[in-house]
Design a protein around this ligand. Structure first.
Ligand code: ME8
Length: 520
């Protein structure tokens, strides 16, 4: 059975509506998933929601709802949001689903049996707001705890702990031997620095059910629920298990391989796309958990940066937000997808400004891509009745260069660099229109052959662009294809080879792709 390219996003907390940061991560992951499909790979793209925990329990109580009813209502909004972004996810996990809970319990049972989980009394400080234990190391220089922790109380409580300390040496070794495990490099170096300079403390993985009951019961002690990360991270294997993944099922459910051969293999994941704030959980806790469960590690953790707006933190309370739905409704989905992907490489932090958004819309989408496609196809329609002339290769090299670079970038998940290359071709083709001046050639019957050549080069460049753009701007790519009178979707990179349009083919109706907006 072929292994599919398995890519995941972080699963979002259901304690509010989706914001720019969530949208960005999901779009990045979608572009990688589409790229791999375009490159000919079989893909499984997973996203979803993280629904347990104290915050959800409290928010539900405040609204007089059961936690499940509260989650169900918000999950509908988040699933609608995934559709709004035109994500091509193959499944949508909710951690309250039985298929997930079952695997969390199987994983915990396995790690417990392996002697990696123990019970101990904890005595110390506890932040109820952040649901987290604190130590003296968390104090600020003046001895107090950061106000973001809210009330910090002294607590004595028995809990279950997952052994991490003894795992530190092999993990350091693994990170050193596998440079691509955490990307970009500076994130890997941060993880290595952290591991080399700190002793890992064992991880508390439970809360007494008497205090927090909105969680998955520990299979070996029903008075406790598992807490946050042992629940959330396991989504990356629970959904493969639900789809019959042999590796996960044989590790956690002792299923016989003979009964498991009808499904595509998913685990290990090829890429976990996550934000910079949850690197430690993915690059330190998750590998140790997997090893304890007898499963191989994911191939890569790809870490993106955080968005700010107008150089300040995005925050609902201060009103400094970007509402992705409002932007999409006003400017179109592809304008949103383009801005976030073109503006920010995967890694550094980004800064959204409305002026920057409008500038890119106007220069790169309306005047760049939109203008090229619209004038190319309109001239073909006007001067040749929409019929494609004989093949000609003046822009073939430029198109091949862009296609080759784009392919190489997509193979390495370098999305911003791919867009650079594609826009190189757009700029070249727009210059070609200005240099060859087809509107002048059209006035001179002696130049008819030259006009045919120019029109072919332009129309064929538009076709190649549709193929290269499909992972990024699927709607726009589809429109270009339709305006060219081509059927199907431009969803295979192999179709980017020069010469796809044949003489005599009749194109469809040209229409503006990105209407110019008046900048008042
Ligand atoms: O952390 N810019 O959920 P979450 C870019 N449930 N990305 C951002 C961002 C911003 N301003 N704000 C948040 C959780 N994110 C856990 C994950 S995974 C097994 C469990 C990103 O809703 C953030 O970095 O707080 C994370 O990758 C994702 O949004 C979900 O964040």
């Amino acid at each position: 059975m072929n292994k599919r390219f398995f890519i995941t996003t972080a699963i979002d907390y259901v304690n509010g509506q989706p914001h720019l940061g969530h949208a960005y991560e999901k779009v990045v992951t979608d572009v990688i998933a589409r790229s791999r499909r375009s490159l000919g790979q079989e893909v499984f793209f997973l996203t979803g929601l993280d629904e347990h925990g104290q915050k959800v329990q409290q928010a539900a109580q405040a609204e007089g709802k059961s936690p499940q009813a509260y989650c169900d209502q918000l999950a509908a909004d988040w699933q609608a949001f995934a559709k709004k972004l035109e994500l091509t996810n193959d499944d949508f996990v909710r951690t309250t689903q039985p298929r997930h809970k079952e695997i969390v319990q199987a994983g915990l049972a396995r790690v417990f049996q392996a002697g990696q989980i123990y019970r101990q009394t904890y005595e110390g400080f506890y932040s109820t707001r952040e649901e987290t234990f604190l130590t003296d190391k968390d104090r600020r220089p003046d001895g107090t705890f950061d106000p973001s922790y809210g009330e910090v109380i002294k607590l004595q409580e028995e809990n279950y702990f997952f052994k991490l300390t003894e795992q530190q040496p092999w993990l350091i070794d693994y990170l050193e031997k596998n440079p691509s495990f955490v990307q970009p490099d500076y994130r890997r170096n941060e993880v290595l620095g952290f591991l080399k300079n700190n002793k890992l403390e064992d991880l508390c993985i439970s809360r007494p059910a008497a205090r927090l009951n909105w969680g998955i019961p520990l299979p070996f002690d029903k008075d406790y629920v598992t807490y946050v990360w042992f629940d959330a991270l396991v989504n990356y294997i629970s959904i493969p298990a639900a789809h019959g993944d042999a590796a996960v099922l044989s590790a956690l459910k002792n299923s016989q391989p003979s009964t498991l051969n009808s499904q595509p293999a998913l685990w290990p994941a090829d890429v976990h796309v996550i934000g910079k704030d949850i690197v430690k959980f993915h690059a330190v806790y998750w590998p140790i958990m997997l090893k304890a469960m007898g499963l191989p590690l994911p191939k890569q953790i790809l870490v993106h940066g955080w968005w700010q707006k107008d150089s300040a933190k995005i925050s609902k309370s201060t009103g400094n937000i970007v509402d992705p739905v409002a932007v999409i409704d006003e400017w179109g989905l592809d304008a949103f997808r383009f801005y976030v992907l073109r503006e920010l490489d995967i890694g550094p932090d980004g800064n959204w400004t409305d002026a920057g958004f409008k500038a890119r819309y106007s220069a790169e989408l309306a005047n760049g891509l939109g203008n090229l496609v619209n004038r190319s196809l309109s001239m073909l329609k006007r001067y040749r009745n929409g019929v494609v002339p004989a093949k000609h290769d003046e822009l073939a090299n430029a198109a091949a260069k862009a296609a080759g670079e784009t392919r190489a970038c997509l193979q390495q998940n370098r999305l911003q660099a791919a867009l650079h290359s594609v826009w190189g071709l757009i700029t070249r083709a727009n210059q070609y229109v200005d240099q060859t001046a087809p509107f002048k050639l059209a006035k001179d019957p002696a130049q008819a052959k030259r006009l045919d050549e120019v029109l072919y080069n332009l129309a064929e460049t538009c076709r190649v662009l549709a193929v290269l753009l499909w992972p990024f701007l699927p709607g726009t790519a589809g429109k270009i294809y339709a305006q060219l009178g081509l059927t199907g979707a431009p969803d295979k990179l192999d179709a980017a080879g020069w010469g796809g349009l044949t003489a005599g083919h009749k194109i469809g109706e040209p229409a503006p792709l990105f209407p110019r907006k008046d900048d008042r």
